[in-house]
Write a new protein. Structure first.
Length: 366
């Protein structure tokens, strides 16, 4: 008998237990929001806030706390240290401000402070990078814009792929894209601009009854907000590595959601008279083996990066670890539940009607 990780006839009542998942999600969202607004806040890295990165190498190992104390001087505000490599000899030093700072003067201040704190321990500056506040603001705007436009294009794809409404999706994207451009001329900050645009996108999907797209977007927003909130709670610095992980998370979470949606579409055509809750449960159970195996292998690989990849990639791996777990849960409990809340079997069967039907399993999805 062949080994089966998840039996084919598994019948877990995911929809019946969705309220437990809702309670956990709401708790995580509130904790993360509280931390971001009234707790630690979002600790933006110098990529977005501006500042200085200095890479130094000592001849002999030094202690983290001793290094940080040695650089706690007015000329070097907002110091943070990060060890990487082997032997506690290589460090990345970050300072919060780079405005009106001369690179040569900064290099001199760092070397003088380290020579005073660690006499006889030769130190070499291997890299010095400066990011001004204006450059940081520009990177912030582009990163937030990339996140929003990625979700908008996802909405277009989902509305065409699962609802046969490509034109409605493209029209929605064009209007929102133009609206974002015009709103940007008012001087509104990109953060608020993206939040408003996301809200309008959700409303447009609801009005046009693009329920599959709406479910996918709610799931993605759920994943990103919870992940960012937990990063704030853990006081993790938001830099380009973390932003890259968030964009990766958006694609990963969408992949799981599409697998469930594809199987649901096939089951709608195969059993158009069954209750929608039953069809969603069947679809999630039929794809459960694939979901667990994919998420499990991704989690293990990312955990290896987190434990063994060194300090430079640490925050990227941590973001992915959180995101893989949250994204897997949202594809099961959040995105599909939106479909259940906004329609029934008859509505979605009518939406899927077309001359030639695909047979269940035709795409080879397990």
């Amino acid at each position: 008998m062949a080994f089966a990780f998840i039996k084919h006839d598994t019948k877990i009542d995911f929809i019946g237990k969705r309220h437990i998942a809702y309670a956990i999600s709401i708790l995580l969202l509130l904790v993360g929001l509280g931390s971001a607004l009234w707790g630690n806040g979002l600790r933006m890295g110098i990529d977005f806030a501006g500042g200085v990165i200095v890479q130094v190498q000592f001849a002999q190992p030094v202690e983290d706390e001793g290094l940080k104390k040695s650089l706690d001087i007015p000329e070097l505000p907002g110091i943070s240290t990060q060890r990487f490599g082997e032997g506690a000899r290589d460090y990345l030093l970050r300072f919060s401000s780079a405005e009106n700072t001369d690179a040569a003067a900064l290099r001199t201040s760092v070397l003088a402070a380290l020579a005073k704190a660690f006499p006889g321990n030769d130190v070499e500056i291997q890299r010095l990078e400066m990011v001004g506040p204006k450059v940081g603001d520009d990177l912030t705007n582009k990163a937030l814009g990339a996140l929003y436009y990625a979700t908008l294009l996802i909405a277009v794809y989902i509305s065409g792929r699962f609802e046969q409404r490509w034109m409605a999706g493209v029209a929605m994207a064009a209007v929102l894209w133009g609206g974002m451009y015009l709103a940007g001329l008012t001087g509104l900050g990109m953060g608020w601009l993206v939040l408003v645009a996301l809200g309008i996108t959700l409303v447009v999907c609801f009005v046009l009854k693009l329920n599959f797209a709406l479910g996918a977007l709610v799931g993605l927003i759920h994943d990103v907000f919870i992940t960012v909130g937990l990063l704030s709670l853990m006081n993790v610095e938001i830099d380009l590595n973390v932003m890259a992980a968030l964009l990766t998370l958006v694609g990963y979470s969408l992949n799981d959601t599409i697998i469930v949606y594809d199987r649901l579409r096939e089951n709608l055509r195969a059993a158009p008279k069954q209750p929608l809750a039953s069809l969603i449960n069947r679809s999630v159970n039929q794809t459960l083996s694939r979901t667990i195996l994919t998420s499990g292998t991704t989690f293990v690989a990312t955990l290896a990066l987190y434990l063994l990849g060194g300090g430079v990639i640490h925050d990227f791996a941590l973001t992915m670890l959180i995101g893989v777990f949250v994204g897997t849960a949202s594809s099961i409990y959040v995105s599909s539940a939106v479909l259940l809340a906004l329609g029934d079997t008859e509505f979605y069967v009518h939406q899927q009607e077309r001359p030639v039907y695909e047979k269940p399993g035709e795409h080879g999805i397990v």
